[in-house]
Design a protein around this ligand. Structure first.
Ligand code: 5BU
Length: 368
């Protein structure tokens, strides 16, 4: 299943060693976190409600280094930026020590993906450390997302201050993205005798400005007891990271070798934003490549049958391979597991089993 490529030095290096040469601060952080937690497991939390997602993240958090979401499949997602599901996930990420990866697969023109990433009701960039892009529209989408992330990063230490004034034009300065926004809100109207709307007698002005803050704006402490922070490593850097979708796990997908290589080239052009790939194997080939690889389509045979057991696809196009094959043979770094864990009778214990097997495969790979 994985191509017979020349062995790249990153296949033999430890994550601690690779952290040092990582070109992206979040990759450096993630690799150190992996060493600390002895985990290269990402849970794909494909449950059906936001409540289940938070429950699952709290239970499985100790075994994982990344939690992958599809926020648009969840019922009851709370969009409130301060107290909603994204902020709660951030709190759990801080408590257990994992990063959040929204598997959004952006795939449109640059301008649209920027808005999908930073705006709308979900404001993905606020709570997801990592997102991914489908490169079908071309490299411009990568450039556009990189620009959006840089802009977001430049204002992350500022918070929005809202003030309201009545009857009067408040002075406003336009300082670009750190400036003020004025939104006239409907004021009281005088009614004519027949009840029709008449002239405006007052104006309410809502002014929003960005003010510097010392403490992080995002990941606000939500619940009592949420002050818990995973020990042994600092909090992740504010930089956001991108994975390029270079290969898929599904039967008959159209991502051929030429497409995959174009993804690798795009990644090399944006090393300060692209952490690596969602792929089925390691794509590091140039001497200076130090990308990270994350791989879905992973399941284990039932406990006790691992030696000779095989794993069938899901009947809907998904193919499965074991951690030993994906990490050991194909050289991927992080396995992404969804139903293998969430459908198990005891997801917590099953996550620990996947963590053990994937970590053992990594250790075997670097020692060979
Ligand atoms: P599973 O339950 O372990 O099959 O879930 C796999 C997850 O990974 C699911 O969220 C998919 O959307 C995601 N995925 C995938 O399965 N295959 C791919 O090539 C890519 C993403 Br990209």
């Amino acid at each position: 299943m994985c191509a017979d490529r020349p062995k790249h030095p990153t296949l033999k290096a430890t994550f601690a060693e690779r952290a040092k040469s990582a070109s992206h601060p979040l990759t450096n952080y993630l690799m150190r976190l992996m060493e600390l937690k002895q985990s290269n497991l990402c849970l794909s939390a494909d449950v059906t409600s936001a409540r289940e997602l938070l429950h699952m993240a709290d239970k499985v958090g100790p075994s994982i280094v990344i939690l992958k979401t599809h926020y648009d499949i969840l019922a009851g997602w709370d969009y409130n930026p301060q107290t909603g599901t994204g902020a709660k996930l951030q709190s759990l990420a801080r408590k257990h020590g994992f990063l959040i990866f929204e598997d959004r697969k952006f795939g449109d023109i640059g301008h649209t993906v920027q808005m999908q990433y930073t705006a709308g009701s979900a404001r993905v960039i606020d709570w997801a450390h990592i997102v991914n892009v489908n490169m079908v529209p071309g490299k411009a989408a990568v450039q556009a997302l990189a620009e959006a992330a840089a802009k977001w990063r430049s204002r992350v230490n500022y918070e929005v201050k809202t003030s309201v004034s009545e009857n009067g034009a408040e002075e406003n300065e336009d300082n670009g993205h750190l400036g003020t926004r004025e939104m006239p809100a409907p004021g009281p109207y005088q009614r004519d005798n027949d009840g029709r709307k008449g002239s405006i007698v007052s104006i309410t002005t809502v002014t929003q400005s960005f003010e510097p803050v010392d403490s992080p704006r995002f990941g606000s402490r939500i619940d009592e007891g949420d002050e818990l922070v995973y020990a042994g490593i600092e909090e992740p850097p504010y930089e956001r990271g991108l994975l390029i979708l270079a290969q898929m796990s599904s039967t008959g997908n159209f991502m051929n070798e030429e497409y995959t290589q174009a993804c690798v080239e795009a990644a090399r052009e944006h090393k300060d934003f692209v952490m690596g790939f969602v792929s089925q194997e390691s794509l590091n080939s140039a001497p200076t490549d130090s990308f990270i690889h994350m791989t879905p389509g992973c399941q284990l045979p039932p406990d006790g049958e691992e030696e000779n057991g095989t794993v069938e696809g899901d009947g809907l196009g998904q193919n499965y391979n074991t951690p030993a094959k994906l990490v050991g043979l194909c050289g991927t770094d992080v396995i992404i597991v969804g139903r293998g864990i969430i459908k198990a009778g005891d997801p917590q214990a099953e996550a620990a089993r996947y963590r053990d097997r994937a970590w053992a495969a990594y250790q075997k790979r670097i020692s060979q």
